[in-house]
Design a protein around this ligand. Structure first.
Ligand SMILES: Nc1nc2c(ncn2[C@@H]2O[C@H](COP(=O)(O)OP(=O)(O)O)[C@@H](O)[C@H]2O)c(=O)[nH]1
Ligand SMILES: [Mg+2]
Length: 497
């Protein structure tokens, strides 16, 4: 502005004034006329009304913008493991504290520091015992986080800020710079005007105050949003990285089967090369509970060997399950959890490799202490891995046809409003199993698995499995990412050496 005045000599200024004088006189004369015709009060009132309405509208617009910006904020990912919750809360807290005054957009150094703070917040959450946790991050990963965060931010800005494709950082900063220089000039102008026409000056002063604040508010609002989004984005990808979801190599982690599943697919007589990673459904329960029968019932034909003899399944046996509505899956038959074939080590590996657990529990065998112990052990192993999601659990209560009265078997039974002793006993068995195994009743399904008498498998049990499919998919993703990271570490090392 100073430079502008240097170029304007005094004569030019006078010419400008002469141009402006008639218009300025109009204001003065208008006020005089209003005064003379005693309409000044009405005019002031109308002015106040319009001003008030304008102010209200502006306030509403700002609130709406604020809401839109808030809605455009990055949120946590639903497929993150439980451990990520705390990390995300820390990122949100940091974003909430970030104010444009402290982090000017034109200061690259400060912005880099803000990004580092966000990274540090997440790193500290995952390595609380390390003094400088940021140093635990590898260089390629740090660069990858910043690259992803910037790419996302660019997309968000283009989508959510009107005219953002024409908006530059300079435009945003100018809001701040203008504030200072314009204020200085305006003050001079104000003083002069106050001397000429006090009332008009007062009114326009108020209007100016309102307009100026609203304009500045929008600018500040956008800057605040940008800064907070920046923090959230960096935090988001940092959590992604620590959750094992940000591998350095491209491609979907579930696109190819893991080495384990590849072997299982081959065992199930399937060409593994053509498929992605299948959902891994594991059937667990005591010997003779009906695990093999459950698999047969799901297939609708004899697949697994079901026997009256204590246990014929000595090892994990995979079968390829293909049914409408279900993504490609492998279903594993297991030895009874009360046999020597399924020791702690095997059970632990089995549940950590599972995306969905199907627990089969025989209704007429009331002692479920041992089952509960093994299930609780499995829960503890899963809980000790907060970087993974625990597989959902569906419980099938089998042998309900043998519940009292044993001779009666006339399905279907209405278990919501049980009529007669059979239905009542089935309902009681479901409640007992739910409480004995500490699972919600909704995930306990009564079934009959005897050959030729299958009941409730294709409808209720299948529906319960399908209802867990999405969650099982999230479990699978984290499982695959871990497998891939293990592979990646080796292949990258191989390439670098
Ligand atoms: N009556 C009846 N028999 C069943 C039921 N489920 C399984 N069985 C029988 O129980 C025996 C053991 O079943 P199996 O599937 O081999 O049990 P697993 O050891 O858990 O695999 C077999 O003879 C099955 O036919 C059921 O719901 N009702
Ligand atoms: Mg069996």
């Amino acid at each position: 502005m100073k430079a502008l005045f240097e170029h304007l000599d005094r004569w030019r200024l006078l010419a400008l004034l002469l141009w402006a004088l008639p218009v300025a006189a109009l204001l003065l004369l208008g006020t005089l006329w209003l005064w003379q015709s005693q309409a000044l009060l009405y005019w002031v009132l109308a002015m106040a009304l319009c001003g008030g309405a304008g102010y209200g509208l502006q306030a509403w617009l700002i609130r709406r913008d604020r809401k839109l910006l808030a809605a455009a904020a990055t949120g946590p990912d639903s497929s993150w493991p439980p451990q990520a919750e705390g990390a995300w809360a820390a990122v949100e807290a940091l974003a909430g504290q970030t104010e444009p005054e402290a982090w000017p957009l034109n200061d690259g150094g400060r912005l880099w520091l803000l990004g580092r703070n966000a990274l540090d917040t997440v790193a500290r959450h995952y390595h609380p015992q390390v003094e400088r946790p940021l140093l635990e991050l590898t260089v390629p990963h740090t660069l990858l986080i910043i690259e992803r965060a910037s790419r996302d931010l660019r997309q968000d800005i283009t989508e959510h800020l009107p005219f953002s494709h024409r908006l530059t950082i300079g435009d945003l900063l100018r809001v701040w710079r203008w504030k200072d220089s314009t204020e200085r000039f305006v003050n001079v102008y104000r003083a002069g005007r106050l001397a000429i026409s006090p009332l008009e000056a007062l009114v326009s002063e108020l209007g100016g105050l309102v307009r100026g604040r609203a304009y500045r508010d929008v600018g500040v609002e956008i800057q605040r949003w940008l800064l907070r989004e920046y923090v959230r984005k960096v935090g988001y990808y940092a959590i992604d990285l620590y959750s094992g979801r940000l591998p350095l190599t491209e491609g979907e982690p579930t696109a190819a089967p893991t080495p384990d599943s590849r072997r299982a697919l081959e065992q199930a007589g399937e060409a593994a090369a053509a498929t992605g990673e299948p959902l891994r459904i594991v059937v667990l329960g005591r010997a003779n509970a009906g695990k093999s029968s459950l698999i047969n019932a799901l297939f609708g034909r004899l697949t697994a060997v079901a026997d009256v003899l204590p246990d014929t399944t000595a090892a994990l046996t995979p079968y390829r399950l293909e049914r409408e509505g279900l993504t490609a899956a492998l279903i594993f038959d297991t030895p009874g959890c009360d046999t020597e074939w399924l020791d702690d080590k095997t059970l632990r590996k089995t549940v950590l490799d599972a995306d969905l657990l199907l627990w089969v529990c025989a209704a007429p065998r009331p002692d479920r202490r041992l089952e509960r112990e093994r299930l609780d052990a499995a829960r503890a192993w899963l809980a000790a891995r907060p970087d993974r999601r625990p597989p959902p659990l569906v419980v099938a209560v089998s042998h309900i046809d043998q519940l009292r009265p044993p001779r009666e078997w006339q399905p279907p039974y209405d278990l919501v409003n049980p009529q007669g002793p059979k239905a009542e006993n089935i309902r009681a068995a479901v409640a007992a199993v739910a409480s004995d195994l500490a699972t919600p009743v909704a995930s306990v399904i009564p079934v009959c698995l005897a050959e030729g008498r299958a009941y409730n498998v294709d409808d209720a049990l299948w529906a319960a499995i399908l209802a867990q499919q999405d969650e099982a998919g999230r479990v699978r993703l984290l499982r695959c990412l871990e497998a891939r990271k293990r592979l990646e570490n080796w292949t990258l090392l191989g390439r670098q050496l």
